[in-house]
Design a protein around this ligand. Structure first.
Ligand SMILES: [Zn+2]
Length: 255
């Protein structure tokens, strides 16, 4: 690992992940993580857990640490819990890969946020609820205002639609899998309600994604893979990607 000045809690958590996955966590920097406003991202590598940090985006230390714990946990579910990852043939466009990755993230984040919350990290950062309040306000102006709002984060229209659906699923997931404070729960519930009311075109997809997830136990790898496959099919995105399980026994001998 590197010489970052992390809290003992985060260091302990990252050490546990390294020990249980048999893989070293390494950090890289990149200012373009696909969707604007993202601080950290997990990048697949067969031998390491790579966490990419965006040096241009400054947040409170607690939120940065939560993000790092979150991204490292993407590696944990892959290598320790046997979750699926995407595999592509040659010449598959990077835009398509990024969109597929959003579908993976929609499902994985429900699991990842639960795991970090069980390890003492906040399930969401400090910006989440204020952002949600803004998203509620925008939604009440209707679908066009919503599209314009999410367009700030990506110029790609297909990705914008996926992003909108993902916002619903994240909120739904907090209501479904977490014990929240009353005022948090009320706000998150309000967002899911205005989303359903004001974004009917997006909500019909979000509702189908919820149905797919509800039918399964996404905390188990087989169900997780199946859920992702079905959601990819729902968005007609399943043609050029293969879902594979990483060989969990394939560890670095020195670790
Ligand atoms: Zn994530």
């Amino acid at each position: 690992m590197t010489s970052f000045d992390f809290s003992p809690e985060l260091n302990r958590y990252l050490e546990k992940i390294q020990a249980e996955t048999g893989r070293e966590i390494t950090f890289q920097e990149n200012t373009n993580l696909g969707i604007k406003g993202i601080t950290a991202a997990y990048q697949y590598h067969p031998q390491k857990l790579i966490i990419i940090l965006n040096p241009e985006y400054h947040r409170a230390k607690e939120d940065v640490e939560r993000s790092i714990a979150h991204e490292a946990t993407h590696g944990y579910i892959l290598y320790k819990m046997g979750f699926c990852r995407s595999k592509y043939g040659e010449g598959v466009p990077s835009d398509y890969k990024r969109d597929v990755q959003i579908i993976f993230t929609i499902v994985e984040d429900l699991v990842v946020n639960k795991i970090i919350a069980d390890h003492g990290f906040a399930p969401f950062g400090h910006e989440y609820l204020p952002t949600l309040r803004e998203e509620i306000r925008v939604a009440q102006e209707g679908e066009e205002a919503g599209e314009a709002f999410y367009h700030q984060f990506t110029e790609n229209l297909h990705r914008e639609a996926l992003l909108m659906v993902s916002r619903y699923i994240i909120a739904w997931g907090f209501l479904r899998y977490y014990t929240l404070k009353n005022e948090e729960e009320e706000l998150i519930r309000e967002f899911t309600q205005v989303f359903g009311k004001y974004y009917p075109d997006y909500y019909q997809y979000a509702a189908q994604v919820v149905e797919i997830i509800q039918e399964k136990d996404i905390f188990k790898s087989d169900d997780e893979c199946r859920a992702i496959q079905e959601i990819l099919r729902l968005f007609k995105m399943d043609a050029n990607v293969e879902l594979v399980k990483t060989n969990q026994s394939q560890r670095i001998p020195s670790l």
